[in-house]
Design a protein. Structure first.
Ligand code: C2E
Ligand code: CA
Ligand code: CA
Length: 716
């Protein structure tokens, strides 16, 4: 958590500190101003006080002097010294009076209040004397310690002399000083009381700032910091914030609540996006994208911990058939069931950290990560279980479907060390499992890389094979069980490659189907077979042989089948009744509407339609009712097992009985032993085909077989 360098709290502290400082400055300024004013007040009050005191001394002095001067007029005129002495002493005895001097008009002392009047008749020589003698009106003069009031004394116009009353200033000054002291003390008192208030106010202010700061910290800074942190966490993709449910009724509370709602909605949105981006919509499993990420991650971990990993690639065999024939809804249903079975198997055998993903279509991938060096054992166990579980019939749209799975396994670090190579290996191994006959698993090995290359090479070679005359047709005889007569042939394609030699139809037909080449090859086979069949003689009963041509599901889908058939018949001149088409059971039964209309058109053209490989896909005997086919070919796997497996025998018997009830011909293929033939003919199977009766042969050989002479079963 990186705290912002100059955050809200710092700013607020700075502002509060600034405000406090300003207040402090103002207070200091105020205090110094006040001190100056106080000094000034003290000084001017000192002046006023001394003026007031001087004034009162002067007034008393003046009053005393006036009274004395008036009282002295007569005694002075009559030179009554004793009366003068009494008057002078009276006044001199007054408080604050320092001295009283009576003098004549020339400044000679007449009386000073003493009994002997030592200086009588002598001129006064003190510093104030001269001005006092000169004054012809009242004069007030002072020395530092004395305030003197002088008054001349007249009788009529004649000046008799004067009186000088000296008032003491010292006690006044003392009083003055005392008053000033009291004033100063008062002022000091007031000042210190004021300072107390100011300190209290300052403390209150600081307290207020602190409380404000705590409040701001609590109500603003903390929530905002928290919001900032939470927003940063959300930005990093961490949505596990938990907003404290706040009951605050202010803007911050509203903001927190809004943020809460917003973060929840972002988290939800993120979850949804992740869900969408990382899971498969149909099965809810991890998807390819998420698996790739997880795989990279697990690989890195396994590398550092020296663990082994195993990848299992599962592909549902012939899944496309379900989609093509039963529709996509059924396909989805089947996929879901498969996904559940796979998940259950992974739970049981895959170990703790196994990861299952759907790679799209009918492909699933499992990562086994048991944390051990050797994981092959777990992989084998899981693969065995999967083959078993996925081979059990599925219930889709009230129908039983038999599908299998092909599984490819690749190991880390044995086969490859990076994800891309591992995924490619798994795919290759899975493909090899398919080539090996499906419904099995294969471990990847390096030789398989060549197999893939070979297959690509085959496809390229097959493209021009017809033009280079490498493809030819062979015919496998089909006999009637009733009279053991050769009634027709199945047309089978052969490819002799100049360098690769004879390539098995199971291999190259598959390549042709997967690559779409079959759409070009199919009509050519049909036309050539029709042409050749017109050349053949009749059998010894005088019947013309039928030809049974295999039609790929892809030829059904592209919709030109009917016109191709009509063209071939027209061009060759073969009668329509001699042509049979072998459609696979699954290709026809799924889309009944389409199948019915197609079969009707073919019937109108006059050809017969047989269901090939009957019994391998959908065990839907009842469908025979809805689909108007002319015959069914019981798959050779049933025939092969018939003797050993009572179920297969029962099913074969049921198929024959059911078909006959519907008026449908039954053909059995893959008859390799006499016993099989006997079993089939006992149960009323109409036609048989197999190595025991005759292998596929060239047209020339077939013609030889048809030459007049006894035609019995090959093995007789
Ligand atoms: P399919 O339609 O089931 O053809 C019958 C296959 O069984 C033929 O294999 C045939 O040789 C083989 N077979 C016959 N009797 C026996 C027997 O007693 N035992 C055993 N084990 N096999 C027997 P083939 O010729 O290898 O053809 C394989 C598949 O290739 C055919 O299976 C068919 O689906 C396909 N195919 C062959 N030619 C054509 C063609 O011209 N067009 C199309 N669309 N598919 C073809
Ligand atoms: Ca066939
Ligand atoms: Ca067949």
């Amino acid at each position: 958590m990186n705290t912002p360098r100059f955050g809200l709290r710092a700013r607020f502290m700075l502002a509060a500190g600034g405000a406090l400082l300003v207040v402090l400055l103002l207070v200091v300024l105020m205090l110094t101003r006040q001190a100056a004013v106080q000094k000034e007040v003290l000084r001017s009050s000192g002046e006023v006080v001394s003026q007031v005191f001087d004034q009162s001394v002067r007034e008393r002095g003046t009053a005393l002097a006036n009274a004395l001067a008036e009282a002295l007029v007569n005694p002075l005129y009559y030179s009554d010294l004793s009366a003068i002495g009494t008057l002078v002493r009276n006044t001199a005895g007054q408080k604050s009076v320092s001295y009283v001097l009576v003098h004549d008009h020339e400044g000679r002392l007449i009386h000073d209040g003493s009994f002997d009047v030592a200086g009588y008749g002598q001129a006064m020589s003190d510093p104030l004397a001269e001005a006092a003698v000169q004054a012809d009106r009242m004069l007030v003069q002072s020395s530092p310690s004395i305030l003197e009031v002088d008054l001349p004394i007249h009788i009529g116009d004649q000046r008799l002399g004067g009186v000088r009353v000296g008032m003491e200033l010292a006690p006044v000054r003392v009083q003055e000083a005392m008053a000033m002291q009291a004033l100063a003390a008062r002022m000091e008192d007031a000042r210190s009381r004021q300072m107390g208030w100011i300190y209290a106010l300052m403390a209150l202010l600081v307290g207020f700032a602190v409380v404000m700061m705590i409040y701001v910290q609590r109500t603003l800074v903390q929530p905002i910091r928290w919001l900032g942190d939470a927003a940063q966490r959300i930005e990093r993709g961490d949505y596990r914030i938990n907003v404290q449910a706040t009951a605050r009724r202010d803007e911050v509370g509203e903001l927190l609540r809004t943020f809460d709602r917003m973060s929840q909605s972002i988290a939800r949105h993120d979850r949804e996006v992740r869900q969408m981006a990382y899971t498969d919509a149909l099965t809810g499993l991890t998807n390819r994208l998420a698996f790739r990420e997880a795989l990279d991650h697990r690989l890195a971990k396994a590398k550092s911990a020296n663990h082994g990993l195993a990848l299992l690639f599962i592909d549902i065999d012939e899944f496309k058939r379900v989609n093509d024939t039963l529709g996509h809804e059924a396909g989805d249903d089947a996929l879901l069931q498969f996904a559940q079975r796979i998940a259950a198997a992974v739970d049981q055998e895959g170990g703790e950290d196994a990861l299952l993903a759907r790679f799209g279509g009918d492909e699933f991938v499992i990562l086994i990560d048991s944390g051990e060096r050797i994981v092959a054992e777990t992989a084998t166990r899981l693969a065995e279980r999967l083959v078993l579980e996925l081979g059990r019939p599925l219930q889709v749209q009230r129908r039983e479907i038999f599908l299998g799975s092909s599984i490819g396994i690749t190991l880390f670090p044995e086969d490859a060390v990076d994800a891309t190579a591992l995924l490619k290996n798994g795919d290759i191994a899975m493909y090899q499992a398919k080539l090996a006959g499906k419904n099995c698993f294969r471990y990847y090995n390096r030789a398989m890389d060549h197999a893939v290359e070979r297959r690509l090479h085959l496809e390229q070679e097959l493209r021009g094979a017809w033009g280079r005359d490498e493809l030819r047709l062979v015919y496998q005889p089909i006999f009637r069980t009733r009279d053991r007569v050769l009634a027709g042939v199945e047309v089978l394609l052969r490819w002799d490659h100049p360098t690769l030699g004879a390539i098995a139809p199971s291999v190259f037909i598959d390549v042709a189907e997967q690559s779409g080449l079959i759409q070009a090859l199919g009509p050519k086979v049909l036309r050539l077979a029709c042409e050749q069949a017109t050349q053949w003689p009749r059998n010894h009963l005088g019947e013309e042989l039928f030809i049974s041509v295999n039609v790929s599901p892809r030829q059904l889908r592209n919709g030109d089948l009917v016109s191709e058939v009509e063209n071939s018949l027209h061009a060759s001149g073969l009668s329509a009744s001699r042509l049979h088409l072998e459609l696979t059971e699954t290709a026809v039964i799924g889309d009944e509407m389409l199948a019915v209309s197609l079969l009707e058109k073919l019937h109108r053209a006059g050809v017969k339609v047989w269901l090939d490989d009957f019994g391998t896909g959908f065990s839907g005997l009842s469908h025979l009712r809805q689909v108007p086919v002319d015959g069914v070919k019981i798959d050779r796997s049933f025939v092969a097992e018939m003797e050993r497996d009572p179920d297969d025998l029962a099913l074969t018997t049921a198929i024959i009985a059911m078909a006959h009830a519907l008026g449908i011909t039954v053909v059995a293929e893959g008859v390799e032993q006499e016993a099989q033939f006997e079993l089939l003919s006992q149960r009323g199977c109409d036609l048989v085909q197999g190595y025991w009766l005759g292998r596929p042969v060239e047209a020339g050989e077939l013609v030889r077989m048809l030459r007049p002479g006894p035609q019995a079963l090959a093995a007789d």
